[in-house]
Write a protein that binds this ligand. Structure first.
Ligand SMILES: [Zn+2]
Length: 290
């Protein structure tokens, strides 16, 4: 039996501009940390000959069009991750349409290719924001990969089928959803294939989960370039943090934890498993079914 080919997805965003906005209410463009960190991920992937999907923020594409072009030139898929990283449940239907439409256009203008896939900031497509899928279809997108079939605190769609699927939307349009992977441990579905789970837990947990999922379907792994950044950040960010209330400082400390071992874990992941861009994985799965 041929080895299963999993999907590697990378959400390209600048940690500092997002959290300046979310934690301190300060607007500002993405910093060049996003370029530095994404380049490190690109180098690692190139060394392993791995192609992935990069879901990019519109503000990053607008500020750093060269980075957008480089990702595509190196053979990766580029998708859209919203413009300013605003969660879908904080937006009206029109605002969401503008947020994704503007970002898609910025990315397509910079990269010179058509964007087909979408990942919502913080996986914010849930039962109460299912209307977002109709907006995405209306913008000419082909698929979404934002749904976590779990009962999470801020995200998740409990009971959502875990496989890549064609959904019939209430408006009658067919649209593809590629839900993020989970495994059930002690009766609870956990999102162990990426993000904080990949960073905070021993690598062997992700490896076990991926082998387990790989018996029935490809896993969809997600990560962020900033997860390998161990530098303290721009001066204004550090200064604002010092004056911030304890819960904000705790949040940031958790975000910074286990970043040193991230690249080593990524290296092992790229050695142990085969990956392809998500659109290729989707097409293999749906083609096989047809
Ligand atoms: Zn994000």
């Amino acid at each position: 039996m041929p080895a299963v080919i999993h999907a590697l997805t990378i959400d390209v965003e600048d940690y500092y501009s997002i959290y300046r906005r979310d934690l301190f209410g300060v607007e500002g463009p993405p910093t060049d940390a996003v370029v530095r960190n994404t380049n490190r991920v690109l180098e690692r992937l190139a060394r392993h000959g791995v192609k992935a999907t990069f879901f990019m923020l519109g503000e990053v594409a607008a500020t750093f069009p060269d980075l957008t072009r480089k990702i595509v030139a190196e053979g990766h898929e580029i998708g859209v991750h919203g413009y300013l990283h605003r969660q879908v449940f904080k937006l009206s239907r029109d605002e969401f349409r503008r947020e994704v439409g503007d970002a898609k256009k910025r990315i397509e203008d910079a990269a010179g290719v058509r964007v087909e896939g979408h990942r919502a900031p913080a996986f914010s497509i849930r039962p109460d924001t299912a209307w977002g899928l109709e907006v995405l279809a209306g913008l000419g997108l082909v698929y979404d990969s934002s749904i976590f079939p779990i009962a999470g605190r801020r995200y998740g769609w409990p009971g959502f089928a875990p496989n890549i699927q064609v959904m019939k939307l209430p408006c009658g349009v067919n649209f593809i959803e590629a839900p993020l992977s989970t495994v059930t441990i002690l009766g609870k579905a956990l999102p162990v294939c990426g993000g904080g789970y990949f960073r905070h837990f021993p690598y062997m947990i992700t490896r076990w989960a991926m082998r387990h999922i790989g018996k029935v379907r490809p896993a969809i792994v997600y990560m962020h370039p900033h997860e390998l950044d161990t530098t303290p950040g721009p001066e204004d960010f550090v200064a604002a943090l010092k004056k911030a209330p304890p819960p904000v400082r705790r949040f940031h400390r958790l975000q910074m934890r286990h970043r040193k071992s991230f690249e080593k874990k990524l290296e092992r992941l790229l050695t142990d498993f085969q990956f392809a861009p998500l659109r290729n994985v989707i097409s293999t799965v749906l083609h096989r079914k047809a």
